[in-house]
Design a protein. Structure first.
Ligand SMILES: Nc1ncnc2c1ncn2[C@@H]1O[C@H](COP(=O)(O)OP(=O)(O)OP(=O)(O)O)[C@@H](O)[C@H]1O
Ligand SMILES: Nc1ncnc2c1ncn2[C@@H]1O[C@H](COP(=O)(O)OP(=O)(O)OP(=O)(O)O)[C@@H](O)[C@H]1O
Ligand SMILES: [Mg+2]
Ligand SMILES: [Mg+2]
Lengths: 193, 263, 468
């Protein structure tokens, strides 16, 4: 049996669809993000992790190189697709966050599906775009307490919403039996034939 | 896709989508390096005019969209207005501390967002999503499996949305027969998302198989749509360059803000 | 000459506990039309995928085989229209196939027109596929299959989502193009094609081929076998259960007045007046897309509609007011489930009515009745289509609502379970529950309901029933 290496069409398709499901959910919840913003207290940062949960869930499901990046790109362009708003900064942010998740997973050689890896990736992704925000949003000119609040909330969200919740969803999905069909098969041997 | 809201086509409709995306990326980097709020102000006005004239969209839809863009742009910079550093206090109440500096900085950040949204809207109204992916395959040699996965997945979005609403309805009626702890709160939310994801993965898996059974490979293929670069791409690039230069010049002549550096 | 020849096929899915196929042999002649039958989960689709080379090429699955001669040029038509199209419009979808074959752009349109002509699908090329009806979508799937220039066609339950008329018309189209092709069909609704195929192959639950023969031979000599495995055949309904009609009560439970339902701004259904009594058994019929499911949602006040719904003479404004008393079972069973175990799915319905041990006992009774014992520990989304359907009906059984609205409850069920479910409905009506069911199945409509309603030209009408 010829083993197909790399991402198959089905892998990519599933990755993109997962990302778009999150994009849909996110758009339906878009209100929350907006409602949380006005106080300027960065409460919206608490749901920030939702942006890269797609990358983490897709990776846990498929466990192949490239999946996190594609998922993150798809989730970012998801807003364009679902809400018909083209926002280049979202896509740029998405690419950076996807890349960072990808690096974390690569570090674990695309093997681990542990909670720790998911949380690490979530935190890394949360941190990854801070430099960009720094310049774009003049964060250096914020009062210190407010800046600290923003950083902590974002990291918390990366760890909890993206990492922990992502992992929880992955485990629940595995129970639905759908993962039997997809991704890197645990065992491709001819055992028992 | 926008037949209902569009009134006419302009040359921008014939610009290759890749050019538009590239320009958007350049614009993104550019606005980060503009610190003079006066320049940004004129750039906002120029982008607004461009959108109004060249998108070809009916005015009443544009006005709705503009309201949305300006309001959400403003809201997302409130953190800076309220809590930014500054010395010239304008307003102080509890933890909120608005200073002249932070206010201008906030407006500056708003304008950055608005400029990107205005150009983004122009791109959306003048591009077909399928063309983006054909251009990626033809001009950038992106592998078909990526492009077609996106196109196929986009086709599923309305189905997923419809399914989400059906799911909510089904829960609404089931609620009456069971204890509500199974359906409300985090547990209910989780089972909604899991069902939605699980169904979508199953569908994507079946679609992937169907596509390959139709002879799809990642190798060479012909294309039903042709996308290419043309003089229109050049026109748009020139237009954007002109807008930028004009904004910089105007920014030194007509100055709304006292400062030349929002930092 | 044989088109397909597979000898000693062994196949095991990676996470499955045991092999699906063990030393399976099958061969099919060139030009032969074969109908593959078997209970749900017996491996029909898997076998089809092996015959077309999708396994192991696309679906990476360990398999071992002595002889494997399979056709190069083949094409599939699958069951679910929504998961077999890639592109948004008719032209783009057909072009997808031609692009795959590297046909020059200039030749594409004439080829599309020719294929559309062959299948008689008369739609504009730039039409969005989402605007096609189910039957038209399946014709489009066949049109795209034709563009692959296949010698062999594999059809995996192509009509299972269609109403009778669309199904018949689809089979006409298929017959029109199959003369010089080999065709392998998996199908539950066999009435239309039984006489037209050359051979019928029957598989059992263990994925073994237990018998094959001409359609006449199967019906004449092996009907017993077909019944035993619960697969449908043209004479299935001869063994249908018969019940004494139940005399409905005089109490009016549900009343609809001047109900008007819109979808996407279009008027799809009008109901002037309809009153439904306690203990009635009513069927609703109508072609695909006429608004049967929408009617059900409108009655439940889940989608907006003009006009009034009364339950026990009380005007209903919100779902909450009568949810639980009136309970719908939707067309997509998956959407009804909320727990992660088949057992829990029924148990939570019992929980409010009984104390623990009794609730467990009642749950087991229902699992038994629905034939779901063996999968009680599985996730509801994991079980087969037919099992999901039964489980979704079971979610109605807890407090036993006064009115049950069922959207195609017997769809995808095998003989045995369909008959069992019908018996259950009968018993429920006898006990005073009102059953309103949407169904495409003529055999049910003519046998069981006390009243038949039909949707035609955006109107809901009473259909005369001359029996009872
Ligand atoms: N890709 C897969 N990975 C793991 N198990 C699978 C896969 N596809 C099918 N199975 C399992 O193999 C068995 C046979 O499935 P198959 O779909 O071939 O049955 P079928 O006869 O077509 O049933 P139905 O009438 O419900 O369509 C089932 O138990 C199914 O759960
Ligand atoms: N959620 C929705 N939003 C908008 N339109 C819809 C929605 N669901 C269905 N429709 C449209 O309403 C019409 C009636 O659909 P409905 O599903 O009620 O028909 P049906 O008779 O149940 O069909 P089927 O036999 O295929 O189940 C169709 O034209 C369909 O496209
Ligand atoms: Mg099958
Ligand atoms: Mg329906």
């Amino acid at each position: 049996m010829a083993k197909r290496n790399g991402l198959t069409l089905t892998d990519v398709l599933i990755t993109v669809v997962i990302a778009l499901v999150f994009a849909v959910i996110y758009s339906l919840w878009d209100g929350i993000y907006t409602i949380l913003q006005p106080f300027g207290l960065h409460l919206n940062e608490l749901v920030y992790g939702m942006w890269f949960i797609a990358a983490i869930v897709a990776y846990l499901i498929i466990r192949k190189p490239g999946v996190a990046l594609i998922a993150e790109f798809a989730a970012a362009s998801g807003e364009t697709i679902v809400l018909l708003q083209f926002d280049i900064s979202l896509i740029m942010y998405g690419l950076i966050q996807g890349l960072v998740c990808e690096l974390v997973f690569m570090f674990f050689r695309y093997k681990s599906t542990s909670l720790m890896v998911a949380v690490l990736a979530g935190i890394a992704a949360a941190l990854s775009t801070l430099p960009l925000d720094w310049y774009y949003g003049y964060l250096g000119h914020l009062e210190t307490w407010n800046l600290t609040l923003m950083f902590s909330l974002r990291i918390l969200s990366g760890a909890l919403v993206a990492g922990w919740l992502g992992h929880l969803l992955y485990k629940a999905l595995r129970e639905t039996g759908v993962l039997k069909f997809v991704g890197q098969r645990a065992d491709d041997s001819h055992e028992g034939l | 896709m926008f037949e209902t809201v569009k009134k006419y086509n302009t040359f921008i409709d014939y610009v290759n989508p890749l050019t538009k995306i590239l320009l958007a990326a350049i614009l993104f980097v550019t606005v980060i390096f503009i610190h003079n709020p006066n320049v940004l102000f004129h750039l906002t006005i120029l982008m607004l005019i461009t959108l109004l004239i060249l998108s070809g969209v009916k005015l009443k839809y544009l006005i709705l969209l503009l309201l949305f863009i300006f309001i959400s742009g403003f809201i997302s910079s409130l953190y800076m207005i309220f809590y930014g550093e500054g010395t010239e206090t304008l307003f102080h109440y509890g933890i909120i501390h608005i200073t002249e500096e932070s206010f201008i900085r906030g407006i500056h950040i708003t304008m950055r967002g608005v400029i990107l949204s205005l150009f983004g809207a122009l791109v959306i109204f003048t591009s077909k999503i399928t063309d983006v992916f054909y251009a990626l395959m033809i001009q950038l040699k992106v592998k078909p499996k990526y492009a077609y996965s996106f196109m196929a997945a986009i086709r599923m979005v309305p189905i997923i949305i419809a399914e989400y609403f059906q799911l909510r309805q089904a829960r609404k009626v089931r609620r009456a027969l069971i204890h509500k702890k199974y359906i409300s709160g985090f547990k209910g939310l989780k089972s909604t998302i899991v069902t939605l994801l699980s169904q979508s993965i199953r569908r994507a898996y079946r679609l992937g198989i169907a596509m390959e059974s139709k002879g799809f490979t990642d190798g060479s293929r012909t294309y039903f749509y042709r996308t290419s670069f043309s003089r229109y791409d050049l026109y748009l690039m020139l237009l954007m360059a002109a807008a930028l230069i004009a904004a910089v010049q105007l920014g030194t002549v007509i100055t709304l803000f006292d400062t030349t550096d929002a930092r | 000459m044989s088109e397909i020849d597979i000898q000693k096929l062994n196949l095991k899915f990676p996470e499955a506990p045991s092999k699906l196929f063990t030393d399976l042999n099958i061969s099919i002649e060139s030009g032969e039309k074969v109908l593959l039958l078997g209970p749900s989960g017996s491996g029909k689709s898997t076998l089809l995928n092996v015959m077309g080379g999708l396994i192991p090429k696309v679906i990476q699955t360990p398999m071992k085989v002595r002889t494997l001669n399979i056709p190069e040029n083949n094409a599939y038509v699958f069951q679910d229209p929504d998961s077999q199209f890639t592109m948004p419009t008719v032209a783009e979808e057909l072009a997808f196939i031609l692009e795959n074959r590297s046909i020059p752009k200039e030749n594409m349109e004439p080829m599309m027109m020719e294929a559309l002509g062959q299948t008689g699908l008369d739609v504009p090329l730039d039409l969005n596929i989402n605007n096609l009806s189910g039957g038209m979508k399946q014709k489009l799937a066949i049109t795209s299959a034709l563009l692959q220039k296949p010698d062999t066609l594999f059809l995996d339950e192509p009509t299972s989502m269609l109403d009778d008329e669309s199904a018949a018309s689809l089979w006409d189209v298929i017959e029109g193009i199959w003369s010089d092709r080999t065709v392998v069909i998996v199908e539950h609704r066999v009435d239309y094609i039984w006489d037209k195929v050359d051979r019928v192959i029957l598989m059992n639950d263990n994925a073994q081929i237990i018998h094959e023969g001409t359609p006449e031979d199967m019906l004449k000599h092996h009907k017993q076998l077909l019944n035993e495995y619960g697969v449908w055949h043209p004479d299935s309904w001869q063994k249908a259960p018969e019940f004494d009609p139940v005399q409905p009560d005089n109490e009016v439970l549900l009343e609809l007045k001047n109900l008007r339902i819109e979808r996407r701004g279009m008027d799809i259904l009008n109901i002037d007046h309809l009153s439904i009594k306690k203990g009635e058994w009513i069927t609703i019929e109508g072609k695909n897309g006429t608004g049967k499911s929408s009617m059900l949602s409108a009655i439940m006040k889940l989608i907006p509609s003009d006009g009034d719904v009364y339950y026990k003479n009380k005007r209903i404004k919100k779902t909450k007011q009568f949810a639980g008393e009136v309970y719908p079972v939707f067309q997509n069973p998956e959407l009804q489930f909320i727990t992660h175990k088949v057992f829990d799915e029924i148990y939570i319905n019992m929980e409010p009515h009984f104390e623990y041990t009794e609730a467990v006992r009642q749950t087991e009774v229902i699992l038994n009745q629905m034939g779901l014992n063996d999968m009680a520990h599985l996730h509801p989304l994991e079980i087969s289509t037919g099992q999901k359907r039964r489980l979704s009906v079971a979610t109605a059984l807890g407090g036993v609502p006064k009115v049950l609205l069922l959207d195609e409850p017997t769809f995808g069920l095998d003989q045995k379970h369909a008959f069992r479910m019908l018996r259950m409905f009968h018993e429920m009506t006898a006990a005073g529950t009102t059953i309103i069911m949407i169904t495409h199945d003529e055999n049910i409509k003519i046998r069981y309901p006390g009243r038949r309603l039909i949707i035609e030209d955006q109107m809901l009408e009473e259909k005369r029933t001359d029996y009872v």
